[in-house]
Design a protein around this ligand. Sequence first.
Ligand code: NDP
Length: 323
Amino acid sequence: SQKIKIGIVGYGNLGKGVELSINQNEDMELIAIFTRRDPDSLNNPLMRNIKDIADYKDKIDVMILCGGSATDLPEQTPEIAKMFNTVDSFDTHANIPIHYDNVDKVGKEKGTLNLISSGWDPGLFSMQRIIGESILPVGNTYTFWGEGVSQGHSDAIRRIDGVLDGKQYTVPIEKALEKVRSGENPEFTTREKHLRVCYVVAKEGEDLERIENEIKTMPNYFDEYDTEVNFITKEELEKNHSGMPHGGYVLRTGQSETGSKQRIEFVLELESNPEFTASVLVAYARAVKKMHNNGENGCITVFDVPLGMLSPKSPSELRKEIL
Ligand code: NDP
């Protein structure tokens, strides 16, 4: 049968990850990559100027949107949904309901199907939280992130006066994880769950104590955590901290009526956050194509997608092989 035709909008970490992931899915083909920058500067034969996106209206089944959540996706998703089915990874949690309403309106008007806030968190972790809470209604849910690089916190370090570059790792505290696993149903303060570890390259002659203090007391980002600050050279940062690992844990600990303890634990260990997130978006693009073929439109989230839709296999194949 015909391959699913994919387009990518935005060629950053995630966009590059999607391009790679398509190679691993034989039922899909990449048609074009759209950017707001000069396409000729990006050295890729599939690169197109985003201004030409309308020319691809009948040539692409699903657009995978790889812009940033802060300012790109709130504009791009509703705009592109006027012409194409879309998948995005919108992760500004507080604004998901507004984003949903905007995209749903366009999708219903234009007959496109659009899946928002896919990825791992939000995304796979959100699904695990729902599974845990639905199956073990009496219990507690815990999410731990890391060990991994937080882009937002790394950016915050780099904005400090006297800092050349920096990376921040979010590290779950093992003792807290063990407490959860034991079924004690503990309550934690922010400080008790995660540690923040920073690697900082300072400009020559800077007062390191001042920089360390500014990091540790930064409101919203660091002040509620125990933070470790390590000053290193530019070479060390490039050699040892250039990757984008991430991951984490979703745990649900509950009890059945007799008091039997039950625990569900979902773990992600990701050597590359953007490459993994991209592979989730690609699987959901397949689901969007299938569900659009079935006549659905508007906006959906991972909660609205039956699991089998993610697979290239048919329902009968899945029943034979997996049940
Ligand atoms: P990037 O900053 O790498 O890319 C975002 C956009 O910026 C790109 O689409 C691109 O648009 C533009 N861009 C990229 N590189 C450059 C450059 N060198 N100069 C100028 N512009 C550039 O972000 P990521 O790809 O790492 O992440 C995108 C979003 O994915 C994040 O904002 C986050 O919200 C989301 N995410 C979600 C996850 C989840 O689990 N749900 C997990 C991880 C990320 P253009 O080509 O048009 O210029």
